[in-house]
Design a protein around this ligand. Structure first.
Ligand code: P53
Length: 475
């Protein structure tokens, strides 16, 4: 791997910071999500209800422990840390004229501490953290005013941290709202709840359009602030395989792949792909897209493509399933792949799929790529002598790193870095659990909020430290 390859770890403000109402922070769309499990969905409550438990409110309390946590990251040898800036620390309601200085100062301290430890911050501007006020009072991204509020937030932080942060991404996993069967995604991506008289897909495309315009405007403004800033998009990339060599399966996979590519195509090429325009016509979707916005999309194309990779999906043309789970992304023709085993949460384990995804994305976009999430959510046991023997996690990561190296060294993919998800245990996004752990650092906190919050190094911590020290030679 190149000597400047960014080995790191990935996190998102709402899943680990805690301090949800500290330092002037306002509530975000995540702060009204209760805890769920694999089989019980998280609820979105209208307000913060006294009798409900909201796991993101305290999360793992990085807010008060960041110095100690960063020293653990430094001990591991991380070269970068991907995290997000909680929009509500900077603009608590989202529509203020003036940012909250205490929130800005918090990120200065965090970034300075990282840089002091030779860890480069890599920042997502919006990782499911829209101010609740913008969602409730403005209807989230269905309202074009929210584009301006997002841009205001982005300009403030891009200006403030331009000398501390080079790599930025606009919207985390912007494409997972394509799965309109699950109300969580439109809410967390865009602050939107579908009303009875609305067509979910048509609404999703309108909201998505507004976000894509917001993202393009951020790219344009970032270049004015400092041309050295690199602005990327962030896609949840779950490739779609044909179940068999039956040409109909192959074509079904090709069609479903468009659901994965739609957002990237616009972020990268700056225009709507023809398959989407055909779909709008066919389905009678009326999406408001102005000429001015078309120019903005064209001018504000991204510099790199960040993506998460956890698993693949498989489709069979004459098959129908009723499931709307995250794994399939709401694809009704998805079917179990006999060659792939799954985690306890039903996420398929497919390392070759990472190499395949790297090639698909690189061939299509010819831009540098950044794997900004990859990982294995599992139950970990803390032994009596305070160890965690997470050999399954090590195997998962090792196998994915081996495939990643093939993509770079054999296939020639241009890759900026690799940041495994949840370098320290944090609150699961889809379920709100602590039990679904990804970290290489264990946090003593449980689903019900109990636990000392003490940190312990897992076996994977020692293993990953060596991977980084050998620049990926020893896995
Ligand atoms: P949890 C679907 C497919 C791939 C990644 O998820 C996904 C999703 C859900 O949208 O989400 C990302 O914690 C997301 C993170 C999240 C992580 O995957 O549910 O960017 O915020 O925590 C893992 O196991």
């Amino acid at each position: 791997m190149k000597t400047d390859f960014l080995w790191g770890g990935a996190l998102a403000a709402h899943q680990f910071e805690g301090g949800w109402n500290t330092g002037g922070k306002g509530p975000s769309v995540i702060d009204v999500l209760t805890a769920g499990t694999h089989s019980t969905p998280r609820k979105i409550t209208d307000t913060i209800e006294p009798n409900e438990f909201y796991p993101n409110h305290e999360a793992i309390d990085f807010y008060h422990r960041f110095k100690d946590d960063i020293s653990l990251f430094a001990e591991m040898g991380l070269k970068c840390l991907r995290t997000s800036i909680a929009w509500t620390r900077i603009f608590p309601n989202g529509d203020e004229e003036v940012p909250n200085e205490e929130g800005l100062a918090f990120y200065d301290e965090v970034f300075d501490e990282l840089l002091k430890n030779n860890i480069e911050p890599v920042i997502t501007l919006s990782h499911f953290e829209m101010p609740l006020h913008l969602a409730n009072e403005y209807g989230g991204f269905r309202n074009k005013k929210v584009i301006d509020y997002f841009l205001r937030f982005a300009k403030v932080v891009l200006k403030r941290y331009q000398d501390k942060v080079k790599f930025w991404m606009t919207f985390n996993e912007i494409n997972n709202q394509m799965n309109t069967n699950n109300p969580l995604f439109l809410w967390t991506n865009s602050g939107v709840k579908v009303q009875d008289d609305e067509h979910p897909k048509e609404l999703m495309y309108q909201v998505a359009h507004n976000e894509l315009v917001a993202s393009a405007k951020v790219v344009i403004e970032a270049k004015k602030i400092n041309p050295a800033l690199q602005i990327g998009c962030m896609l949840a990339f779950v490739p779609v395989y044909p179940y068999s060599s039956n040409p109909n399966d192959v074509m079904a996979a090709e069609e479903y792949l468009r659901q994965r590519f739609f957002f990237g195509d616009i972020h990268v090429r700056g225009e709507y792909p023809s398959y989407a325009l055909k779909e709008f016509d066919r389905e009678g979707y009326k999406i408001e897209i102005t000429e001015e916005e078309k120019t903005i999309l064209k001018e504000g194309t991204v510099d790199f493509v960040g993506f998460s990779y956890y698993m693949s999906t498989t489709v069979k043309s004459n098959h129908s399933n009723e499931s709307d789970d995250v794994v399939s992304g709401g694809i009704s023709q998805s079917i179990d792949n006999p060659f792939i085993k799954s985690s306890d949460w039903g996420w398929g384990i497919d390392p070759v799929g990472l190499r395949y995804s790297l090639n698909l994305l690189y061939n299509r976009y010819q831009l540098p790529l950044f794997i900004v999430e990859n990982g294995f959510g599992q139950v970990d046991e803390l032994t009596e002598d305070k160890k965690i023997h997470d050999s399954d996690r090590i195997s998962y990561l090792r196998d994915h790193i081996i495939e990643m190296k093939k993509a770079v060294e054999y296939d020639g993919v241009d890759l900026i870095g690799y940041t495994p998800w949840g370098i320290i245990d944090l609150v699961s996004f889809t379920t709100g659990e602590m039990k679904k752990r990804y970290g290489m650092i264990y946090v003593d906190r449980h689903n019900d909020g109990s636990g000392s919050l003490n940190r312990y190094r897992k076996d994977s911590f020692i293993w990953y430290k060596n991977v980084i020290a050998s620049n990926g030679k020893e896995v």
